[in-house]
Write a protein that binds this ligand. Structure first.
Ligand SMILES: Cc1ncc(COP(=O)(O)O)c(C=O)c1O
Length: 426
């Protein structure tokens, strides 16, 4: 690409990504910041809702399943894809790539460094990198919960069948956060090498007490990994303060990044413990097949490999800008207010039980419930007839429904799903 075109495109992007997509105007980041600063909450949420292409006939309550990109992110993706296609080149602009990591690091924690992050395709990839990169051998025990996503359970089973590791399971305590630390502690013994659980479960939206678990792990010399697919922007936390050794996330959910974007975080000082599971162009600072030498990058870049779709990650940078323009705390407060209204509303419906934590501190913007009178398939089908999109939960034999509340939603959506459930309950 000619330098002039490149600069012009940069100006368009930095100027606010205001290019229309299919005739719909994208708000510029500056406009979003202005709406966020206006003090008019209703106006802000209306602007934000207008940024999604979500089908207006449906009430989308499933950002925990798959997020939607707002228009500025879609525009950024389209523009950067065009840039790529005009002058295809292998490798990527390290400066721009690292800028995305730097933005992400700032979102994730006060002392998180871009060097601690690798840009990857999502939590499934990250989970496999962690489970296959740690030197686990036959008889080594890994503690996990019955509520983990298929990504964690299948990767564990794979390692079990391949290398003979032992999986130790606990049932999450939904009554007390502390109860989970005790349940994990009871499983720890001299063969325990790793605790690998969700930060926020995909089943009930339960947040585990990450700091207490990390203290337990540290005190017993055990690695601690979190599957954070459901956490960033859904709950507030500081990744470094968590004390977690390894953390992975899909950015195409609550972070609103393009599909197949995510990250792997490796705590400072832990690079040598986690061997790169997949390697290729970009992983090693130098290598020599004649002398057998390989020196991986001294940062989490060592976990990146091969040709990347740069546009995806540059657009992820725009998604982080979008989150920051609104304010992550504000998004959280809004989502939690809707989730709490729903949680309280469930209590008024006969034969409905919430399966989300009883202690508010461990609830997130996702709430799970089940009906004594109908199985989850029937509840899901009923809600779909009312054009309400939720996520049936079969994990842990829960027979439940999970509902996510996010910045595309409004209070009326909470009432709509509650009314629909009341109808079903008769
Ligand atoms: C807790 C959890 N882990 C892992 C995943 C897998 O994410 P992906 O399919 O984006 O890799 C999900 C997806 O829903 C999830 O909820």
């Amino acid at each position: 690409m000619r330098r002039k075109d490149f600069l012009a495109m940069n100006a368009a992007l930095l100027g606010g990504l205001a290019l229309p997509l299919k005739g719909r105007p994208a708000a510029s980041l500056r406009e979003i910041e202005a709406a966020a600063g206006s003090g008019d909450e209703d106006a802000l949420w209306a602007v934000l809702r207008g940024q999604f292409l979500l089908d207006p006939d449906w009430t989308y309550l499933n950002f925990g399943g798959l997020g939607a990109c707002p228009l500025p992110v879609l525009n950024s993706l389209a523009e950067w894809s065009r840039v790529e296609e005009r002058a295809p080149s292998a490798g990527h602009d390290a400066k721009r790539w690292n800028e995305v990591k730097a933005k992400l690091a700032t979102l994730l924690g006060r002392s998180c460094r871009m060097e601690d992050l690798a840009l990857i395709g999502g939590a499934t990839e990250g989970v496999n990198m962690i489970l296959n990169g740690l030197p686990l051998k036959k008889g080594d025990e890994v503690i996990t919960s019955t509520h983990e996503h298929v990504a964690v359970h299948t990767a564990l089973l794979n390692r079990m069948h391949k290398d003979g590791i032992v999986i130790r399971l606990f049932e999450p305590d939904i009554f007390s956060g502390r109860g989970n630390v005790d349940r994990i502690a009871r499983l720890v013994n001299g063969r325990t090498r790793l605790i690998f659980i969700s930060h926020v479960t995909c089943t009930t939206g339960q947040r585990f007490p990450e700091r207490e678990i990390s203290e337990l792990a540290r005190s017993r010399g055990i690695w601690f990994a979190l599957d954070g697919a459901q956490a960033p922007v859904n709950v507030l936390f500081d990744i470094v303060d968590c004390g977690v050794d390894f953390y992975t996330c899909s950015a195409h959910k609550w972070m609103m990044g393009p599909k197949r974007t995510g990250f792997l975080y490796v705590r400072q000082g832990m690079l040598e413990a986690l061997r790169p599971h997949a390697t290729g162009g970009g992983s090693a600072e130098r290598y020599d097949i004649e002398t057998n030498e390989i020196v991986f990058y001294p940062t989490a870049q060592r976990y990146e490999y091969g040709t990347q779709n740069d546009a995806l990650f540059y657009a992820l940078g725009t998604a982080v800008d979008f989150v920051n323009a609104v304010g992550v705390e504000r998004i959280w407060n809004r989502g939690r207010a809707m989730a709490e209204r729903f949680y309280r509303g469930l209590r008024q419906i006969p034969d409905v039980d919430s399966v989300s934590p009883r202690e508010e501190a461990w609830r997130s913007c996702m709430i799970g419930f089940r009906m004594k009178t109908h199985d989850f398939g029937a509840v899901n089908a009923h809600l779909a007839k009312d054009k309400i999109r939720v996520r049936p939960v079969s994990e842990g034999k829960l027979n439940a429904i999970r509902v996510s509340f996010f910045l595309n939603n409004r209070m009326e959506d909470v009432d709509k799903i509650l009314d629909s459930l009341k109808k079903l309950a008769g």
